[in-house]
Design a protein around this ligand. Structure first.
Ligand code: SF4
Length: 323
């Protein structure tokens, strides 16, 4: 198996009880089947306690019942009682994995870390080079229904986006061009003319009016976890003179890396590219207006908006209808 990850991936260390915004707060922990079975097999009081705090939610997932918006196993010292009592190997997969994510593409896996964790957010915005590391391991490729030709073409297209964006100032114009490029890629994906993808010249794609036309009303309908999140994003308004920094660029690259290649599974490359542009503009705009730094604004955006399936669905719908 080929493993691909950004160079900052290995720098991440969880700061656990020192974390200013632990991942054990606000979110509901989904318990995987294997962990749930293990908890049910325990005859100890602690095992019974875990089982009493698990239930099936409306989506059919087994989850822990939060207490005061926190995971019920987060103790007063901001440490995890499951980790302490049963060992890290018996925490649910979500907890073992977070903030890491991995996407399988058959013989290749891409690994990354999520902007929603404050430690990661800082690593991402401070990342001075978007270098990748490639390693090999003995794991066998996953079986999947990936279209190999599309995979290679989108991978090449993503690299061209990195190259287009990495030098010079990041501007609305550049981001608008990237959205037009996303549209051109989508046309090739829709007509299955994958062989045309490599020939698309980003500079000749024209310039959409995507940035200027972001509809502020979409932010009013989002579900927010906190008042802070609502205040940050709910009053979105286009700022003509918005200054994009190196850190904005790093956020854009993060989103492109995280979502663009995944579009080989749903054939929606346009939404993946436009979402990266959308997130970059919204985060930079909110940081500019609030005076919060970009890492913190990005973290809140990621935790409150990107990680909410219903918010994400609204954004994707919006992007598709405004393509
Ligand atoms: S949010 Fe990040 S640093 Fe904080 S507890 Fe979770 S993984 Fe650790």
């Amino acid at each position: 198996m080929i493993i691909h990850y950004p160079s900052y991936f290995k720098k991440f260390n969880c700061i656990a009880d020192k974390c200013p915004d632990t991942c054990c707060s606000m979110w509901q922990v989904v318990v995987d089947k294997e962990s749930a079975e293990y908890y049910k097999s325990l005859s100890s009081d602690f095992g019974r306690k875990i089982c009493s705090l698990m239930y099936r939610d409306n989506e059919g997932d087994i989850v822990f019942k939060n207490r005061d918006n926190h995971c019920p196993f987060l103790n007063d010292k901001k440490l995890c009682n499951i980790h302490i009592n049963l060992g890290q190997e018996h925490t649910p997969c979500t907890c073992k994995m977070f903030p890491r994510f991995r996407t399988s593409f058959g013989g290749t896996e891409e690994w990354g870390i999520s902007l929603s964790c404050p430690e990661v957010a800082q690593l991402i915005v401070d990342n001075n080079s978007f270098d990748f590391c490639t390693v090999f391991n003995e794991d066998l490729p996953d079986i999947n229904e990936l279209d190999a030709e599309l995979f290679l073409e989108i991978k090449g297209a993503r690299k061209r986006c990195y190259d287009y964006i990495k030098d010079g100032e990041l501007t609305y114009n550049k981001l608008n061009v990237i959205v037009s490029y996303g549209k051109a890629l989508q046309e090739c994906a829709d007509s299955k003319s994958y062989d045309k993808i490599a020939g698309i010249n980003i500079d000749s794609c024209g310039q959409s009016k995507f940035a200027e036309n972001i509809d502020r009303s979409i932010f009013k309908d989002f579900e927010y976890l906190t008042e802070k999140g609502r205040k940050l994003f709910c009053n979105y308004d286009y700022i003509k003179e918005l200054k994009f920094t190196e850190q904005s660029r790093n956020i854009f690259l993060y989103y492109l890396y995280r979502y663009m290649l995944k579009s080989v599974y749903d054939y929606d490359v346009y939404s993946a590219v436009a979402f990266a542009v959308f997130s970059t503009i919204v985060i930079t705009n909110a940081a500019d207006k609030s005076g919060l730094n970009l890492a913190e604004t990005g973290r809140i955006f990621s935790k409150e908006i990107e990680h909410s399936q219903s918010n994400l669905n609204s954004i994707i719908e919006y992007l598709k209808h405004n393509a």
